[in-house]
Structures are given as structure tokens and as C-alpha cells.
Design a protein around this ligand. Sequence first.
Ligand code: HEC
Ligand code: HEC
Length: 335
Amino acid sequence: MELFNDHKKLFGAATIMFLGLTMVVAIMPAIHNQNNNKPLPGTVEPGEDVIKGKAVFIASGCVACHTQQVRNIDMDKVWGSRPGIAADYANITRTDFWRNTATLMGTERTGPDLANIGNRQPSKDWHLVHLYNPRIVVKESIMPAYPWLFMVKKEPSKNDVVVNVPASYVAGKEGKVVAKKEALYLTAYLQYLRQAELPDGKKAPEFLYKQAENQQANKSSNAAAANGQALFTANCQACHQANGEGLPGAFPPLKGSDIVIGDKLQLYVDIIMNGYDAKQEYGVMPPVGSNMGFTEHEVAAIINYERSSWGNEGKEITPEEVKRIMEAIQLKISK
Ligand code: HEC
Ligand code: HEC
């Protein structure tokens, strides 16, 4: 055949086919995607700190262990309130002229997915301690420590953000651990990572391949399924620790706490639903219950677990009591 004997024709034909295929499989789909996917109305534009934080995230190699994509399969349910959709990524643009878009969706999940970490863990204090050394708050963590995002200062100034690191973790140096600006940017980025809500009336795609045990749990009533210990582990343990002793200077102990064992039930429920910032020596507790949409059954299960653990001996309470308080608090907030 002549085509194969004439190198000009052969390479010309190959070039045209290459350009044509590139149009069809890469450029046209990309244009279609850009025209048909806009960021959801609830999406917040990243501020300057967040953009710098993303650069620290990239430079630190966090994507090696963390994904940012909630797949539409049942086992991903714990990482977000809905599966991710194309619109979630529609406001991501080129890093700069020289560098392409870093979507950071990731391929390896050695640690948890971070697509919704800002909702799951909104606490700045927690992120800073965790980045300094994950083992301080999660004993069995295999995540590397990032101490170079911090420095030890003998006398921190007023503007320094001091991180409450237990003395045993500050090897051989005297002073307080202070967050460098990189750590603050990175934390701002982690707090920014949230799944935006779908517009009213739009249904989220379903989680597929439901696991047998979950189907079972959905069928049985809320009351029976609310397991206090599991709820504590998933929602409270990161800060208050498995032994209920908290972390001195950062998170208060629930073991022996007046609020936990005493009869200030209204305050207790209020703290769980709306967060707490009362004492100078501790950080701020985020509104864990509201973020997670706890029902009265779940709140009661957590309270009963905390009241009967670590040597605590508090009165058992019922979901009905909690429900009444939740309604009263709701009234107070909406007023
Ligand atoms: C070698 C793998 C690895 C690397 C690299 C890594 N992590 Fe992790 N990460 C983990 C593991 C495992 C966990 C779960 C245990 C824990 O909470 O420490 C985790 C937990 C987390 C959590 C808490 C997630 C949750 O749902 O509670 C955050 C936030 C986080 N990592 C951020 C980062 C950031 C930011 C970086 C980069 C500076 C990073 N990680 C680098 C493995 C890693
Ligand atoms: C991100 C970290 C964090 C998480 C998660 C968290 N807390 Fe807290 N919690 C705190 C901090 C910080 C305080 C102290 C606030 C203050 O006094 O200023 C606190 C205070 C409390 C107190 C008051 C203790 C006392 O004696 O003053 C109770 C009770 C409590 N939390 C219960 C819970 C429960 C239940 C959960 C889970 C549903 C939970 N917390 C999850 C950080 C956290």
C-alpha cells in the first residue's frame, strides 16, 4: 500500500488521527464538563489562607495517604453525607501558570478520606495537636508527625498560636510549641474541606451495594441501634480520649467531670449539641451534635455511656428526657 511506503503520508495520517482522537477523548469532554458543571450554590470560595494551605498539603505529600472523594458505595458512607458529584470539583482551577490542576482526589486511603473533614473535625486545636504529633490524640496512629510546621519558643508573644502539646512530646527543648504560619494555613485548608449541600429539592445520588449489617441496623429502631460506646468512639474520643481523661491544656477529662456525673443535664445536652467554650485553660468544643444531626436516642446513648464508664457513676437518663431538653434549647436558639 502506498501509505506505508511514503513516510510523509504515513506520519501525516498518524498526526491527523492523533489530533482527532485528542479532540474526541480529551478536549471535547473537558469543554462539556466545564460548561455543564458549576460549583454548588453553597460552595464557599477559598480564601488566601486556604489556597496557601492547599499548597502546604501538596508539598507535604498528604495525598499519598488521604483521598478527597466520597464514592457512591456503602462503605464510603462514613466519609460524607452524600457521594461526591462532579460539581464538588468545579471550582478547582490551575495551581498557577506552570502547574496543572491539583484535584487531590487521591488513589490511596491509608488514612481517612478528607472530603468532608471540615465538618467531621472542625476544631483548629485538634488539627494543630494532631499535625504536631498524631500519637498525642490518636494513640495507635501511623500518620507521620510534622514537627517542622511548628517551633519551640521560650516566651511566645501575644500573637503566637500556642499548641497544647504535653511536655513529654517536646523532646529535649524547653518552652512552648508555637504553630508556624504553614501549620495555620494547612489547618485553615482542612477546616475548609466540607461537602456543600445540594440545592433544595435536588436528590443526592444513592450509596450503592449496601452492606448486609447496615441494612439490618436501618431496619431496627433508632433506639436499639444507638450504641453509646460506638458513638463516643466516632464522635468524642478524638478529643476526650478512650480513657475519658482528655488532654491536659487542650481537652478536659470526662472522667469525674461534674457536668457528666452531676445533675446539670440541660448544660450537658447543650454542650453536646451546640459546643462549649467556657474555661480559659481549654480550647473550644465544636457543635458536634448539630454537625452530626444527632437524635435524642444518640445523645442519650452517649450520655449513658459516659456516665457509666471510667469509674463514673451517674444516673441513667432516657431519650424522652433528652428530647424535652433538645426542644427547649432549640427554642432558646431560635429566639
Ligand atoms: C503515611 C500515611 C499518612 C500521611 C502521609 C498523612 N496521613 Fe493523615 N492520617 C493517616 C492515618 C493512618 C490517619 C488515622 C489515624 C489518625 O487520626 O491519626 C490519619 C488521620 C488524619 C486526619 C484525621 C482524619 C479524621 O477523620 O479524623 C487528618 C485531618 C489528617 N490525617 C491530615 C493529614 C495531613 C494534613 C497530612 C499531610 C501533612 C497527612 N494527614 C499525612 C495517615 C497519613
Ligand atoms: C474537637 C474536640 C472535641 C470533641 C470532638 C468533643 N469535645 Fe467535648 N470538649 C472539648 C473541649 C475543648 C471542651 C472544653 C471547653 C471549655 O470548657 O472551654 C469540651 C468540654 C466537654 C464537656 C464539659 C466537661 C467539663 O467538665 O467541663 C463535656 C461534657 C463534653 N465536652 C462532652 C463531649 C461529648 C459527649 C462529645 C462527643 C459527642 C465531645 N465532647 C466531643 C473538645 C471536644
